[in-house]
Unconditional design. Structure first.
Length: 380
């Protein structure tokens, strides 16, 4: 995994999605001075190439002038490191001016859309669908690539078929994540997707994907299968992200990941002090992240999936218990379900039985519809 720095220009967001766990009202916006400090900090930090992802809150609240200055500063400032950009935004504040600047740097956009209009607006807010679509059309007009991410909640998972078909009919790549218990609000569990339900949903989407393989790409399933096939996680959730991902908050505070930004107990340093890795490693948050890695080595040592699961996301594991390591990512249940399913299908297709030890040429079974192995050979 290459080095990833998430820049959080603000925690503010014009939306107020019912299940959101991160946005804050009246959050300050990062100054361009802080971007200059990010550049200075990174000059001697690490040798490898770096991907900057703007995240939030809602990063477009920083405005066109911010990006017009920040992008060349970052792209040129940390040379000879290779630099790539990405942004995660709800697109409401997208303008022709911002889209033009992003097009210059070929910035891929990730946005959120929870399915058809009614479903999306029910769980996010009235009028949200149209606001995102408006921004999407502007981005498209400027040739920007936009991928949508769907949050499956305890409510919307009941409409899994509608959501899948919605992506299929629009010809969009499907990427999704489960709603987490909110760290704000009175009913933290209201929208959260139960891990077992999430596991069932993953298996359902695997089947739907195989049925429609030539018409859709389901990114999460590709990543999960790639992990099993290669023995190494393909996304941050399934690798040891600690140390390879850092996030910078609006005031220059450095955190282990964007998800921790705004939680003072997870600050590891500040870009204005230009800390090296050794200094960051002295912080409690850094130590906690690496303690999690050791915990996973022990706790998951007998799990067949440890190499391409790595205990899931440390944020999911650590924050619900107030910063104490009491278990792995609560989605362990879901991960086991889908990894078991994938490995079982691989074994059946390759060896005609449940055990790898049966031998390659014994009892070959030809699946009647595209099997899991077809995902292995699929070009993505
Ligand atoms: S804490 Fe979770 S979301 Fe953040 S980089 Fe690590 S695995 Fe990814
Ligand atoms: S599936 Fe669960 S037990 Fe296995 S490695 Fe992942 S978190 Fe650990």
């Amino acid at each position: 995994m290459s080095f990833h720095v998430m820049l959080i220009p603000t925690l503010g967001c014009p939306g107020n999605c019912s299940y959101c766990w991160s946005s804050e009202e009246r959050s300050p916006i990062m100054s361009i001075e802080t971007i200059k400090e990010v550049v200075e900090w990174l000059k001697d930090f690490r040798e490898d190439s770096v991907t900057f992802t703007f995240h939030g809150g809602e990063p477009l609240l920083a405005g066109a002038d911010f990006y017009r200055e920040a992008l060349p500063m970052l792209a040129e400032g940390v040379k000879p490191k290779k630099v790539a950009f990405a942004i995660q935004t709800n697109l409401w504040k997208m303008t022709d001016e911002i889209a033009e600047i992003f097009a210059e740097y070929d910035i891929p956009i990730g946005s959120s859309l929870d399915g058809p209009k009614e479903l999306n607006d029910f769980q996010r807010g009235e009028g949200y669908f149209e606001k995102t679509m408006r921004g999407y059309r502007i981005a498209q007009k400027h040739g920007l690539s936009v991928r949508f991410i769907t949050t499956f909640t305890s409510y919307s998972e009941k409409y899994r078929e509608e959501i899948f078909n919605f992506y299929l009919e629009n010809g969009w790549i499907l990427k999704f994540h489960p709603a987490l218990p909110s760290l704000r609000g009175d009913e933290p569990e209201k929208w959260a997707l139960d891990p077992e339900e999430y596991g069932k949903l993953l298996i359902y989407l695997l089947d739907k994907y195989l049925e429609n393989m030539d018409r859709i790409e389901v990114m999460n399933i590709d990543h999960l299968c790639k992990g099993v096939f290669s023995g190494k996680g393909a996304v941050c959730t399934f690798v040891d992200c600690m140390g390879d991902v850092l996030a910078v908050g609006p005031d220059g505070g450095i955190y282990p990941c964007y998800r921790f930004v705004g939680m003072p107990e997870y600050v590891m340093g500040n870009v204005y002090d230009r800390p090296g890795i050794e200094e960051l490693a002295q912080s409690d948050a850094w130590k906690l992240m690496f303690n999690y890695k050791e915990y996973v080595d022990q706790h998951c040592k007998d799990c067949a999936h440890i190499k391409y699961c790595r205990g899931g996301c440390p944020y999911n594991a650590i924050t619900p218990t107030g910063g104490e390591i009491k278990g792995v990512d609560p989605h362990c249940v879901s991960y086991k379900m889908i990894f078991d399913e994938i490995t079982e299908r691989v074994n059946n297709e390759m060896f005609g039985g449940p055990s790898m030890e049966m031998g390659f040429f014994q009892n070959p079974m030809k699946p009647s519809k595209p099997g899991i192995m077809s995902l292995m050979f699929k070009k993505t």
